[in-house]
Design a protein around this ligand. Structure first.
Ligand code: UFG
Length: 350
């Protein structure tokens, strides 16, 4: 992308977890994030760098006005719904927000000559896909999403690829594995409502601020029987977005790139790491498998190295857990999220 002085980057969903960490990374790189977020699940307190516009991803007029008003030259698109389980119950909402929202954004970008896009995709596009449980996943692996959430991410990737071919947009889809941790500043961190992710729930259990953790299955075909995931520090993920924005790609190129570490940690290993960090074991029970959970999701990360010149720097499990724990002990926002029964809005930010 043309970096120019103070180049403005539209960050849809920039008040969410990964979006806020990416906004900070853009700012540190000398770019100006223009955060566009409905705040239905993002937090105004998470917007500390750049400009803020409150708006819905399905509102093409507001997107166009924002692009024009701030002289946007590139975009990073996080806005969308993210809860896999909810996507099974409400696929219509996921197609509307994730797919129709992306159509609206793409139109606004092409209408205003914005030629560069980084898209927030997911390892959910792969599903288990006939892989052995210990195999890493390259980008050209079989795509067999196990949920409507994964379907919408794959549909968006295909639409963006076609848009690149048709209009000369240059785009990178980053397929995240398991984002975790928090910025060491303590200013921003993970705050989902409701929280469903392993590390914050394990920390809450160990701190006595949440119920005992349920481990979803220990009968998988993995070394200790619990699921293997590839946990990536959210700041490494943020750095991958900046690298994707600046990658030297020909106009009209579309690239899909895994963002993970290449190493799997089991649920029971995470439980052990959290117990060590807190200084008290995580209380847990063993429950049934969660519907749609593949036994193992571990990235092949060769492409991220060769195409983006990116490697993870902060993603040891102990470092991720230490940073997550610092945040969970003293979150700047979202601390009411563990209270039962709080309803979330229709629009979310990753
Ligand atoms: N887990 C438990 N107990 C819990 C919560 C999670 O045992 O209370 C387990 C899950 O079964 C899984 C692992 O911990 O094996 C990680 O679960 P998370 O919910 O933290 O994360 P997921 O792997 O389910 O989800 C992540 C992203 C999604 C993305 C998905 C792709 O958060 O956005 O990977 O499969 F869609």
């Amino acid at each position: 992308m043309d970096r120019g002085l103070e180049a403005a980057v539209l960050v849809t969903g920039g008040a969410g977890y990964i979006g806020a960490h990416t906004a900070k990374a853009l700012h540190e790189r000398g770019l100006t994030p223009v955060i566009y977020d409905s705040l239905s699940s993002g937090y105004r307190e998470a917007v500390r760098w750049g400009h803020f516009v409150q708006g819905d991803i399905r509102d093409g007029r507001a997107l166009a006005d924002t692009i024009q008003a701030h002289g946007v030259t590139a975009a990073i698109h996080f806005a969308g719904l993210i809860e896999v389980g909810r996507s099974v119950a409400r696929p219509d909402l996921f197609w509307e927000h994730n797919v129709a929202g992306t159509v609206t954004l793409l139109s606004a970008l092409s209408e205003h000559g914005v030629g560069r896009l980084v898209f927030s995709s997911s390892a959910a596009v792969y599903g288990q896909g006939g892989r052995g449980p210990l195999e890493t996943i390259p980008e050209d692996a079989v795509k067999a999403p196990a949920s409507p959430y994964g379907d919408t991410k794959l549909a968006c990737e295909r639409m963006i690829e076609a848009q690149c071919a048709a209009y000369g947009l240059t785009a990178v889809a980053l397929r995240y594995f398991n984002a975790a941790g928090a910025d060491p500043s303590g200013l921003i961190g993970e705050a989902h409502e409701p929280e469903t992710h392993l590390i914050p729930l394990a920390i809450a259990a160990a701190l006595g601020e949440g119920p005992p953790l349920t481990v979803f299955g220990t009968d998988f075909d993995t070394p200790d029987g619990s699921c293997l995931r590839d946990y990536i520090h959210v700041n490494d993920l943020a750095a991958a977005h900046v690298a994707a924005l600046e990658a030297d790609l020909p106009q009209g190129a579309f690239e899909a790139v895994n963002v993970g570490t290449g190493y799997g940690a089991s649920v029971l290993q995470v439980v052990g790491a959290v117990g060590r960090a807190v200084g008290r074991p995580v209380p847990y029970t063993i429950g049934a498998r969660r519907t749609g959970d593949p036994a193992s999701l571990v990235a092949d990360v060769a492409r991220a190295g060769s195409l983006l010149d990116w490697t993870p720097k902060s993603s040891s499990l102990d470092r991720i857990v230490a940073d997550a724990l610092r945040w969970e002990r003293c979150p700047c926002y979202g601390s009411g999220r563990r209270s039962a029964g709080k309803q979330h809005g229709a629009e979310a930010a990753v």
